[in-house]
Design a binder for this molecule. Sequence first.
Ligand code: ADP
Length: 423
Amino acid sequence: MTLRIGCIADDFTGGTDVAAAFRRAGLRTALVFGTPDTTTELPADCDAAVVALKSRSTPVDQAVADSLAAQRWLWTKGAAQTYFKYCSTFDSTPQGNIGPVTDALADAASTRLTLHCPASPPNGRTVYQGHLFVHDQLLSDSPLRHHPLNPMTDSSLIRLLSAQTHRPVALLDLATVRRGVEAVREAVLRHQQRGVRHLVADGLTDEDLAVLGAALLESPLVAGAAGLAEGLGRAYPTATQLAAEPVPHHGRAAVLAGSSSARTLEQIAHFNAAGLPSLHLDVLAAASGRDVVGETLSWFDRQDPALPVLVYASASPEELNAVQTQLGVAQAADLVEEVLGTLAVEMAGQGVGRLLVAGGETSGAVTTALGVRAVLVGEETDPGVPWTYAATKNGELALMLKSGNFGAPDLFIRALTPEGASR
Ligand code: ADP
C-alpha cells in the first residue's frame, strides 16, 4: 500500500481541482465520488486519494460526520496524512463548516495544530497578513461579497476562523515563510507550544506554498485549497514526473452536456461551428413520454464512428426558463439527468470509450448511472479539467468531468480529436 495523502474535498468540483493539483505535482492520484464504503475500490498504487464530498453548505453535523467517515476510509487505505480541501475563497459561514470540520478531523488524528492556507496563486487567491485577496481586491471587496450561499463580507481569515471555532487561531506571517522550511517548522512548533490550534499562513506565490508543503510533510492534518495541496505534493519524496499521456483515443468519443453555463454554451457553439454531429435534446418531448433516449441512440448509431458526437440538453436562459416554468425546476433537472445518465450507460455499451460530461450536477448523475465510484486522474487538458480513467464493465472508460464554466471554448474538440487543436 503506497497511499500517502488522503484528501477530503468539501465539494465535487473542488475534488477534481485538488486531484488535478496532486497529479500536477507528480503524485499518482485517485478521485472518489461521495462517501466511500467498504466496497469502494481504489486504483492500484496511488500516492494520493481525494474523496469529493458535498459538505460545503450542508448542516455542520452532517459535514463533520461525512468528513470523519471519509477520513476513516482513507486511513483504511493507508493514508498517513489528511488534507482538508476547501474553497480558495474560504466559502463558509460563522457556523462553519471549515472550523468544525477541521476541529473534528484534528481530534480524530490526535493532532493539536492545523496549518491553513487557502492561497491559490494561479487563480489570483493570495493570503497576506492573514487577509485573503482575490486578484487585487480583498475578499470582502470582491464579488464573493454577494455569494448567494456564503456571502464573504470579511477578509481576515483569523476572524473568519475564530467565529467558527473556540480554539485559538494565530498567524504565520510572510516574513517567516520567506525565511524557509526550517523557519516555518520552528514557528509551527512555537505556536503549538503556546496552545495555538489553527495557524493561518501567508502565501503569495507557488514558491511560498512549496516552502509550506515541505515544512508540513510530517503533519497529520493540513488544510487549504489546491495551491497548498500542490506544494505538499511536490515535497513528497515519492513525487515523480509522471510520463506525459497522449490524448486518449480508444473507442468512440462523445460529449453529454447538461450545463447551460455561458462557457459550456460557447463550447457547444464551437463544436457545432466545426460541423461535427450534434443533437439537442427535446426536454419537453421527453417529459411528454416520447422515447427521446431511443431516438438519440438510433441517431448516434447513424453517425460516423470516427467523429466525436455531442448530445446536449443545455439551453439559452429563455429556453431554460420556458422548460422550467412548464415542468418545475427540480423536475426538469431530474428528467435531464436521468436521460443523460441513461444515454451514458447505453453509449458506453455501444463502444464509447471517451466521454466528456459538461456540468457539475450532470457529472454526478452520469458517474452514478455508470456506477463509477472512483477514477484515476490523468493529465489536465485545460486548468482544472483532467482526463480521468474508470474501470467499468465495458473496460476502461476515459472520462472528462467539466464544471460549467471550465475549459476554453474549443475544449470539446481539443479533448476528443487527436488533431483537435488544429481543427
Ligand atoms: P453547471 O456546472 O453549469 O452548473 P450543472 O450540470 O451543475 O451545470 O447544472 C445544470 C442543471 O440544469 C442540471 O441539473 C441539468 O439537469 C439541468 N438542465 C440541463 N438542461 C436543462 C433544460 N433544457 N431544461 C431544464 N433543466 C436543464
